[in-house]
Design a binder for this molecule. Structure first.
Ligand SMILES: [Zn+2]
Ligand SMILES: [Zn+2]
Length: 188
């Protein structure tokens, strides 16, 4: 599904207790999605970011299903796909570049009361819908999707982005961009 094909930013389908949401960054209603993008672009100058709107697209598709069991009580199966691009700097030459984000994950969200019980205290994954899934918790009946997505995104981003695979980086001595200039220093 291409990013520009979704005219309606919020598309919710009710399937019993299951819901599917699609969020597109172009919608101003989804402030939390903008916040996620801003977190990704923390090191990017705001003016530079505004000059490159085409490089800044995020699409989040969420499937949220409410479940109940005696041991997990009211809990949620969450499946999310996050696709798009954001601006960052090349880790070698520091040039502004567009980076791709493509994450797909599932997790189980349990009520916070369970977090401190002996059964769940040291547990990172549980069996939910026949899958071994990462565990998150919700508090006071509120599920903070942004917090969960934030964590997932930052676990999955490329921490050493390269504007091109063979980027020569900067000279360690004089700092020139070796993709553009040569200098007399030995750079291996
Ligand atoms: Zn580079
Ligand atoms: Zn040099």
């Amino acid at each position: 599904m291409s990013l520009d094909k979704i005219a309606n930013p919020l598309y919710a389908r009710k399937l019993g207790l299951e819901r599917l949401y699609q969020y597109n960054l172009s919608s101003l209603e989804n402030g939390w999605l903008h916040e996620l993008l801003e977190e990704l672009e923390e090191d990017v100058d705001e003016e530079e970011a505004l000059k490159n709107p085409e490089a800044r697209e995020l699409l989040v598709e969420l499937r949220l299903e409410k479940l109940f069991s005696n041991s997990y009580r009211e809990h949620f199966f969450l499946r999310a796909k996050i696709n798009g691009t954001y601006l960052t700097h090349c880790s070698r030459c520091l040039e502004l570049m567009k980076e791709t984000l493509d994450v797909e994950f599932s997790c189980c969200v349990l009520p916070a009361e369970l977090e401190d019980t002996p059964e769940f205290k040291e547990v990172d994954t549980i069996l939910c819908r026949n899958q071994e899934l990462d565990v998150y918790f919700y508090e006071n009946g509120q599920l903070d999707l942004k917090e969960i997505l934030h964590e997932i995104i930052f676990l999955n981003i490329n921490n050493l982005p390269l504007h091109q695979e063979d980027c020569k980086g900067l000279c360690g001595e004089c700092g020139v961009n070796l993709n553009k200039e040569n200098c007399s220093h030995k750079n291996s």
